[in-house]
Write a protein that binds this ligand. Structure first.
Ligand code: AMP
Length: 276
């Protein structure tokens, strides 16, 4: 496996299956890499994993500063999982001073739902900017994205379609801890008590399924999160693609939650089906 830091060295890997990450890799990322390897074998392509903590998608400078950076362990995980390349560029490679390409226009799902877009202003502009930049450099045929970041997945799908980038976006189901907590690079910051409270996000999503209406599901999730003592930012059931409110009577949707456990902000989501 090769560790590449300059974009010119990526040329032989055009057509690869790509896994963009910010590093601090865990079993969730590993699943993305493993599925990428399976897919890449079918089309005789290589797997490229990028490790880049993208400064433009952080709306809180302290979050950027303390984001875990573990390149050595990340490289080992990628090697074991069968990747051909880890691309770990310096910020100047992605954003050359004085020559930063304009950020792409944002699709409606990045600005209309009032979810991550409202709670992390500027976040999706940074995500779209870096993903477009990475796609231009890596030139993949397919790219893996986790369902854990459901709104991000819809934003990337919409952007890829809007700009006709010709990259297949492959969704990967959320990998969870045995008690249901979605794996996240931020989980390492949870205190032992916070770790217990953090279970309430997946518990709320589970309880929402089976409620008869989206409104009842939202009330149920709010109750469970409140009882666990976490600070809810949103707990909603929405259309899975547009993330706008469900049409009345719709029997399936996506339940999405965001909450602060102490200072740590967590998100999670799951399919929602009416229990009626
Ligand atoms: P990040 O490094 O947090 O930007 O994540 C890189 C990719 O891994 C994104 O597509 C995430 O959605 C995905 N990812 C992160 N955590 C998980 C998880 N627990 N299960 C599945 N995919 C994940």
């Amino acid at each position: 496996m090769r560790l590449i830091t300059e974009s010119e060295d990526l040329a032989p890997f055009a057509g690869c299956v790509f896994v963009p990450t910010m590093g601090a890799l865990h079993a969730g990322h590993r699943r993305l890499v493993e599925l990428a390897v399976t897919r890449a074998r079918e089309v005789r392509a290589a797997v490229v994993v990028s490790v880049f903590v993208n400064p433009t998608q952080f709306n809180d400078p302290r979050d950027l500063e303390r984001y875990p950076r573990t390149l050595e362990a990340d490289t080992a995980l990628c090697r074991e999982a069968g990747a051909a390349v880890v691309f770990a560029p310096r910020p100047e490679v992605i954003y050359p001073p004085g020559a930063i390409p304009p950020a792409p226009p944002l699709p409606p799902v990045a600005v209309q739902p009032g979810l991550e877009d409202a709670h992390r202003p500027g976040h999706f502009a940074g995500v779209c900017q870096v993903v477009k930049r990475l796609f231009d450099m890596v030139r993949p045929s397919a790219a893996m994205f986790g369902e854990k970041d459901w709104q991000q997945l819809q934003v990337i799908r919409a952007m890829t379609r809007q700009l006709a980038l010709g990259v297949e976006i492959v969704p990967v189901p959320t990998v969870r801890e045995p008690d249901g907590l979605a794996m996240s690079s931020r989980n390492v910051f949870l205190t032992p008590e916070g770790r217990v409270c953090a279970r309430s996000l997946s518990a709320a999503l589970c309880a929402a399924c089976g409620e008869r209406t989206a409104a009842a599901a939202e009330t149920k999730m709010a109750e469970i999160l409140h009882a666990a003592g976490v600070k809810t930012e949103y707990a909603v059931v929405r259309d899975p693609e547009s993330l706008l409110p469900l049409r009345p009577g719709a029997g399936t949707g996506r339940a999405l939650v965001a909450a602060k456990v102490g200072a740590i902000r967590l998100i999670d989501n799951a399919e929602w089906r009416t229990g009626a």
